[in-house]
Design a protein around this ligand. Sequence first.
Ligand code: GLN
Length: 215
Amino acid sequence: SITVGVLALQGDVREHVRALTQLGVRTAAVRRVSELATVDGLVIPGGESTTMDKLLHLFDLADPLRARIAAGMPVFGSCAGMIMLADRVVGGIEGQRTLGGLDVTVVRNAFGRQVDSFEEDLHVPALRDGATHPVRAVFIRAPWVEQAGPDVQVLATVTSRKVGAVRHVVALRQGNLLATAFHPEVGGDVRFHEYFVNMVRSAAGCAPGGEVRAR
Ligand code: GLN
């Protein structure tokens, strides 16, 4: 069976571990290269992308992680994790690096400051029951996707309160990479984790039919 790692340098690691555990999946905290080698997929949690970038390099994890991503390991980034997976960042600090892999430009803190955090019901047809049951999404100093390349599959959009009726991409998939601008690990709806675990299972060559389902 599979092991899903959670990058545990910084951010809301525990919430992701809880969501994965709820799905009956074995988890592992990843802080070193040796731990990265034991996992079949990795969650990059929400937190602070500038700090995460510094710690990734301090722990010599950035290049090994890039190599695993290039080799097809499924990775799910939420919020700061989405920023880490983006090829291009607007509004980053001087010298801020990402791991990349997603052919997108993300705008950091796009929805405003901490006080502009909000929740919204999102239509996400790709998820189980997604066409009929919306996902309650929690946005905390969240980024949005400003531009996406042709290989990006849009999973959900939101209408910003700041920019009137313009819809922004806030959940997407590109091959082995999944990203959400919000925090599906908060609030008890584990369908994004379920979707991700099934990505990890199929990448690991698990037999079809045994898909993970939330209880
Ligand atoms: N604003 C944060 C960043 O730029 C992300 C916020 C979050 O992960 N909740 O990294």
